[in-house]
Design a binder for this molecule. Structure first.
Ligand SMILES: Cc1cc2nc3c(=O)[nH]c(=O)nc-3n(C[C@H](O)[C@H](O)[C@H](O)COP(=O)(O)O)c2cc1C
Length: 172
């Protein structure tokens, strides 16, 4: 565990340590004027229940961050296991990310089709954390999808599988 601690820079070791954390994957969306905008994000979490709130961390260089600041709303499309190609497409820069991707407007922000979960928010606060800004959003819509979630672990997309369910009492 400590053998490489001196020779490898802290930032690389931190990045590698975080690659060992299994994360959910979402496309966070907003509007840039009339155009939909979206970005692949794994740094999001449920923050509060009273009121219902969510937190999302965006790099200061993110074009989505600028769109969210202007629009004041964002959507969190929790991706389903088969949607790894959408995750790859929305992890790029540019205006073409929505090409060929079905979506509708919901709560004033773009909602992608067939996601594992959906939450729309109003921005309540923006807090700087190093080179990222954390969006605090108050939830205005929430829906459950049908599929397993897409996950990201060891720089690879996958999904969650439960441990084998224990036999119920009395089962043979
Ligand atoms: C699995 C995965 C997770 C990511 N998570 C984040 C994240 O939490 N926050 C972030 O700012 N960028 C994240 N990114 C990188 C952005 O998707 C990428 O920088 C994107 O090009 C930004 O686009 P934009 O400038 O249009 O917002 C992630 C990328 C991948 C592939």
């Amino acid at each position: 565990m400590t053998g490489n601690a001196v020779s490898i820079p802290l930032q690389s070791r931190f990045r590698d340590a975080m690659a060992g954390v299994c994360s959910p994957v979402a496309v966070v969306t907003s509007r840039d004027g009339d155009r939909p905008h979206g970005t692949t994000v794994s740094a999001f979490m449920s923050l509060s229940m009273e009121p219902p709130m969510i937190a999302v961390a965006l790099d200061h260089s993110s074009d989505l961050l600028a769109a969210v600041r202007a629009h004041g709303r964002f959507g969190v499309n929790v991706l389903a296991a088969p949607q790894h190609e959408i995750a790859g497409a929305f992890a790029r820069k540019g205006a073409a990310k929505f090409d060929g991707v079905p979506w509708t407007d919901s709560g004033g922000v773009p909602k992608l089709a067939e996601v594992a979960g959906w939450v729309a928010c109003e921005v309540t606060d923006l807090v700087v954390g190093g080179d990222h800004t954390v969006l605090f959003g108050t939830v205005v819509e929430a829906e459950v999808g049908v599929d397993r979630p897409l996950t990201y672990f060891a720089r690879t997309f996958g999904t969650h599988l439960p441990h084998e369910a224990p036999l119920t009492q009395g089962a043979s």
